[in-house]
Design a protein. Structure first.
Length: 237
């Protein structure tokens, strides 16, 4: 997990770091009769990549100077702010307010996860295969983030006469080349093939860059009916 360093300009007298699920009290900087009763709210503190998050401050005059530092290099100003994140990570959002005399700040931790993903490929029957037939789809993309991916694969081939091989491959698109991580071979006579397997961090390398995984379906010889490949990618804590 990468570490995030925030540089916040200005004079911040009090910094209150509170992790919240809905709202937080910033603390008062004067007497109980002071009209400033700031509360910071966030719509969600666990979101997916590119999912908008709404931030707002209540309990202060509309002309209060408010600055939001979103933890990814972006900054916004005003009582209300909207932001979305392009990469999965844990971000600390800093909100600073000024009452004309001093600054006060608070931090909100936002957890951004990758979106789950599903892809499917299918084809019609294969007949009189003698020199081999192979299908390798575009696969499913994997992204680095706060949680590692779990990949579920399901391959079905109807009415197989011959030798079928199913392989699971992985390629880091920055640190190529990749290779086959797992394979199984079946010799069938008039039977349907159903291959189901889950691949997790015990076999998939740590995702450091954008990567892709997929399935090789090979009929070495013989014949087969319709076939289908399905891949589900989920990101779990």
């Amino acid at each position: 997990m990468k570490k995030m360093i925030l540089a916040i300009p200005g004079s911040i007298i009090a910094v209150i770091m509170l992790i919240l699920a809905g709202s937080m009290f910033l603390g008062s900087w004067s007497s109980d009769d002071d009209p400033f009763k700031p509360m910071v709210h966030v719509s969600e503190n666990e979101v997916h990549v590119n999912e908008p998050v709404q931030f707002n401050v209540t309990g202060v005059p509309e002309d209060t100077n408010v600055t939001w530092y979103f933890g990814d290099g972006n900054v916004s100003h005003g009582l209300n702010a909207n932001h979305s994140y392009e990469a999965s990570d844990q971000y600390t959002v800093i909100c600073t307010l000024n009452n004309g005399e001093e600054d006060i700040a608070t931090g909100i931790v936002i957890f951004v996860n990758n979106e789950d993903y599903h892809v499917a490929y299918s084809g019609v029957g294969l007949f009189n295969v003698r020199r081999g037939w192979e299908y390798r789809g575009e696969g499913a993309y994997l992204y680095p983030g706060i949680y590692p991916p779990v990949v579920d694969v399901r391959v079905t081939v109807e009415n197989v006469f011959g030798t079928v091989e199913v392989g699971f491959w992985f390629v880091d698109l920055e640190d190529q080349p990749g290779g086959t991580l797992y394979s199984e071979r079946y010799n069938l006579v008039g039977s349907d093939l159903v291959f189901e397997k889950t691949f997790n961090s015990t076999i998939i390398p740590e995702i450091m860059h954008e990567s892709v995984c997929g399935v090789d379906l090979m009929l070495r010889n013989g014949a087969a009916g319709n076939w289908k490949i399905e891949i589900w990618v989920t990101y779990e804590n």
